[in-house]
Write a protein that binds this ligand. Structure first.
Ligand code: BEZ
Ligand code: FE
Length: 302
């Protein structure tokens, strides 16, 4: 049987030695001129020391942690950010979002940003198609953008991005394709509509240290199917979120980055081939889906 070490059971003398070290480290930050930096550094040291003491960290485990962080640094470049991935799978990204996006009335909930947003997505007209050459089932997405008082928000900027049916974003192909992403603007009544692809599940990049860590703890790298949104409008809080697909089996298994919120799970209604489309688009013998996502933006600075 494996012995689990804990901090309980150390002698009073040993506990005092450990506490003295923590106190010395905390005191070393006392002269930090920036009060926020001082708070951050002291809290970090306090929690880190408490962790090491609680689990009775071995020197071999300390080494493994250093090797892990070193590997995360080596695989990180301008396209691959292993440290954000680590934050994501530890729930630290979602906790930061929770802390910074307090619920305001009926405002739409935020979720994780992810690494696949790009600034340069093409603008499409209302009713346009974000798919480009990306493969997947066509999906009609429509809704309104309002403030928390129900007033429509005209000219809200909506940026949307998603993986193709093979589970890859355009930027993961290593060529210069732009597909599965676009930006568009709400009309005078706050309405929007566009064609996208019905989202499908895909794994976060798991060929690096974070993937090996997930494997060691028997966790799946797969994210629940989703479509990303970033919505920006004057005097309102920018919303970074996704919508998830009701009935997606991955919702029950769990989302690898803890991004799912019940309010963001939407019905994607399947439409048989030949069902007339909302804008008269001829999809031939292809099935399609449709969903509605009404977006409520919180006031700025809330
Ligand atoms: C994504 O949604 O694309 C994503 C989010 C977090 C980590 C990796 C991918
Ligand atoms: Fe994503």
């Amino acid at each position: 049987m494996t012995t689990i070490k804990t901090g309980n059971g150390v002698s009073a003398e040993q506990a005092a030695i450990e506490q003295q070290l923590t106190d010395r480290v905390l005191a070393s930050f006392e002269n930090t001129p920036d009060p926020r930096l001082k708070q951050l550094m002291q809290a970090l040291a306090r929690h880190l020391h408490a962790f090491i003491r609680e689990v009775r960290l071995t020197e071999a485990e300390w080494n493994t942690a250093i090797e892990f962080l070193t590997a995360a640094g080596h695989i990180t470049d301008e396209k691959r950010q292993e440290f954000i991935l680590l934050s994501d799978v530890l729930g630290a990204s979602m906790m930061t979002i929770a802390v910074n996006n307090e619920a305001v009335g009926n405002a739409t909930e935020a979720t994780v940003f992810g690494p696949f947003f790009t600034q340069d997505a093409p603008e499409i007209p209302l009713g346009g198609d974000i798919a480009g050459d990306a493969h997947g089932q066509p999906c009609w997405v429509e809704g309104t953008v309002t403030d928390t008082g129900g007033t429509p928000v005209p000219n809200a900027r909506i940026e949307v991005w998603e993986a193709d049916e093979d589970g890859f974003y355009d930027v993961q192909y290593g060529d210069s394709r732009v597909a599965g992403r676009a930006r568009l603007y709400t009309d005078a009544d706050g309405n929007y509509r566009f064609w996208a692809l019905t989202p499908t599940p895909y794994p976060i990049p798991h060929d690096g240290p974070v993937g090996r860590m997930l494997e060691a703890v028997r966790r799946s790298p797969v994210r629940a199917s989703h479509l990303h949104f970033m919505v920006t409008a004057e005097n309102l809080r920018t919303l970074v979120t996704h919508i998830f697909v009701e009935g997606d089996p991955q919702l029950a298994i769990g989302d690898s980055v803890f991004g799912v919120k019940d309010s963001l799970i939407k019905r994607f209604e399947q439409q048989a081939p030949g069902t007339p489309t909302p804008d008269g688009r001829d999809l031939g013998d292809r099935s399609w889906a449709r969903t509605r996502f009404d977006i409520v933006l919180a006031p700025e600075n809330t």
